[in-house]
Each structure stands twice: as C-alpha cells, then as structure tokens.
Design a protein around this ligand. Structure first.
Ligand SMILES: [Zn+2]
Length: 99
C-alpha cells in the first residue's frame, strides 16, 4: 500500500509540467521482455533519489540498496508482478536469460 503510493508520487513529480518542453519526457516508455515471466513489460528507470526502499534483485538475489539507481520491470496488465532489478542484471538477463 505504502510502497505503491510512494511510487505513484514519484511518477507524478517526474511528470510535473515545470519541465522544459524541449526535453524528452522523463518516463518515455521502453518495453522489454520480462526474463521472469516472458511477458512484454514496461521498463521504468528509478533514479537514485527515488530509490527509498530496499529491494531484492531477481537477477542476482542481492539487495538493491536505497539510493541506488535501478530499473523496474512491469509486465503489461500485471503490474503486481513488477520486480526491481539492478540495471546491469536486467541487461544481462535480457541478453542471456536468467541462469
Ligand atoms: Zn542484481
């Protein structure tokens, strides 16, 4: 519950209209295949200042510490299956699959 609302707030802040219009949108959607489910998923980048909680990366089973920039993989239509990944772990899994 709490995590969801914090995440939502971060997105709203990032999309705030005070940004210059000639900049690309901060949250332009990038779609990738989720290595865990095989589903088309939205890749969201989490900036270090947005990372306020600890997560366990499914790529390496190590913690993602607060303040670490990382990515979130959100399967289309199943946002409750989203997982936080270290950026390099997600890239490796996208290229080579999980081992
Ligand atoms: Zn990792």
């Amino acid at each position: 519950m709490c995590e969801e609302s914090v995440h939502f707030c971060n997105i709203i802040q990032a999309m705030a209209p005070h940004r210059r219009r000639d900049r690309p949108p901060a949250f332009a959607a990038t779609f990738v295949e989720d290595p865990l489910t095989g589903k088309t998923s939205e890749l969201q980048r989490v900036q270090p200042y947005q990372a306020r909680k600890e997560y366990v990366c499914p790529g390496c089973n190590q913690e993602i510490r607060p303040g670490t920039g990382h990515v979130v993989i959100v399967p289309m239509g199943q946002p409750d299956l989203r997982r936080h990944w270290h950026t390099p772990c997600q890239l490796r899994a996208a290229r080579h699959g999980l081992r």
